[in-house]
Design a binder for this molecule. Structure first.
Ligand SMILES: [Zn+2]
Length: 427
């Protein structure tokens, strides 16, 4: 049981203006990773490092790639067995066509109780909230039984090299639970969908469109693949149903390309084609089984396309050497994550949300992968994903965050640390 006076001490150490100021400062730094324009996470990371040093935290900067550092901020608590990590990323996605914005994407303009700009929602606001939460704990003088680590990481939006570097350097070894600070509109998300991306490559024989019998069109095999992928999706939907937090499993062909390279021309029959599929999975699905099924699908599509050519050649009384092939490779394999409702970090998130908002917490799931996926998959760290910001707003124009929700989030984060780590003996 947490003493009421400790809750009071920690919450009163949150400075709402500081949360807003920190968010604005971070949004005004363009941290889109764009090697052509020369922008990256470096300036934002250095800003965080300077701020954290001024607060008296232990700060370590790790160069993950040129111009792309991670910052590891530590509030050292007692020698208890638990260490809580807050994770927030410094990179933001491109603003796209700036003329489509009503607000300066890097202006951090406040209108009413909303702040506009790239990253206000995903996730510089939540990054500011987690830093303000750590500062509140430090300033409150409340001694925690264990430590808090702030992972301020690069490259969440692309290949997630930041979190992988954080793990490789051993920073995650001491972490026993993590809060992934992402816009989930105040919900406590305990699960995330998995992702499997695969590429099918079909090789036939290119020929003149007027002389199709001189080649082998890739299209019949493409048709087989699209039909087969839909059948796999229907099978998964039937077998696993709809997860209340994550929705349906999906097998979505996203790129269908023939020819696989070079200009497409109406009178040239393509010799090579490719089909890319983006598969999103539920925790009950086995990625190993799906990969095996995709391999079988490639073999089946090849056999069927070859049989189709054999039959057709017999009908026409011709003979073509049918060397059409269908290959498959996996491009991405990110597992689902699921943290049990009874896990101490979920219990802490539940209590903290109730304490700050006075409302029953809402639970949910994350449709995409986050840095938390790697902490969960590689280090078996239980994670919750939560933070301020409408879930539909990330990566859109006129991105915004509600400032009252953002300030409340800083309080929730601080109380999660208090509940999860517990007060030290000298509290
Ligand atoms: Zn994000």
């Amino acid at each position: 049981m947490i003493q009421e006076n400790l809750v009071e001490k920690v919450l009163s150490a949150i400075d709402p203006e500081e949360v807003i100021r920190l968010t604005a400062s971070l949004v005004r730094i363009n941290s889109v990773w764009d090697p052509v324009a020369g922008t990256n996470e470096k300036t934002a990371a250095e800003f965080v490092a300077r701020w954290a040093q001024a607060q008296g935290f232990q700060v370590q900067m790790d160069e993950v790639a040129p111009g792309r550092p991670n910052v590891v901020v530590t509030h050292a608590g007692g020698p208890g067995p638990r260490t809580l990590m807050f994770e927030g990323h410094t990179d933001v996605v491109t603003p796209g066509d700036v003329s489509q914005w009503a607000y300066d994407p890097f202006g951090a303009q406040i209108v009413g109780r909303r702040m506009y700009g790239r990253g206000t929602n995903d996730t510089k606001g939540n990054l500011a909230a987690m830093l303000a939460a750590m500062a509140a704990i430090q300033r409150s003088g409340v001694a925690l039984a264990g430590s808090v680590v702030g992972g301020v990481l690069c490259d969440e939006e692309d290949q997630m090299i930041g979190v992988q570097d954080f793990i490789r350097r051993g920073h995650a070894d001491r972490v026993t639970a993590a809060v992934i600070c992402e816009p989930q509109d105040g919900m406590i998300c305990t699960s995330q969908k998995g992702a499997l991306r695969a590429r099918f490559h079909i090789a036939g024989k290119m020929s003149h469109g007027a002389m199709p019998l001189a080649g082998l069109n890739t299209s019949p095999a493409v048709a087989e693949l699209l039909r087969g992928l839909h059948a796999l999706e229907a099978e998964a939907v039937n077998a696993f149903g709809r997860d209340p937090h994550l929705g349906w499993p999906s097998f979505t062909p996203t790129v269908v390309q023939a020819p696989a390279a070079g200009a497409a021309q109406l009178n040239v029959m393509p010799g090579e084609a490719r089909v890319l599929v983006d598969i999103r999975t539920l925790p009950a699905q086995s990625h190993v089984d799906i990969i095996a099924a995709l391999g079988r699908l490639a073999a089946d599509a090849q056999a069927r396309a070859r049989a189709h050519y054999d039959d057709y050649d017999r009908l026409l009384g011709i003979e073509r050497p049918c060397g059409l092939t269908v290959g498959m490779e996996i491009l991405t394999d990110r597992p689902c994550t699921r943290t049990a409702a009874g896990d101490p970090v979920v219990q802490a998130a539940d209590w903290a949300t109730r304490s700050v908002t006075g409302r029953e917490p809402v639970y949910g799931g994350v449709p995409g992968a986050t840095d938390g996926t790697f902490l969960w998959a590689l280090k078996h760290i239980p994670i919750v994903t939560m933070g301020a910001g409408d879930r539909e707003v990330p990566h859109q124009k006129d991105e915004w965050v509600d400032l009252d929700q953002l300030v409340a989030t800083a309080g929730i984060y601080a109380l999660i640390a208090l509940h999860y780590l517990g007060a030290g003996p000298d509290a």
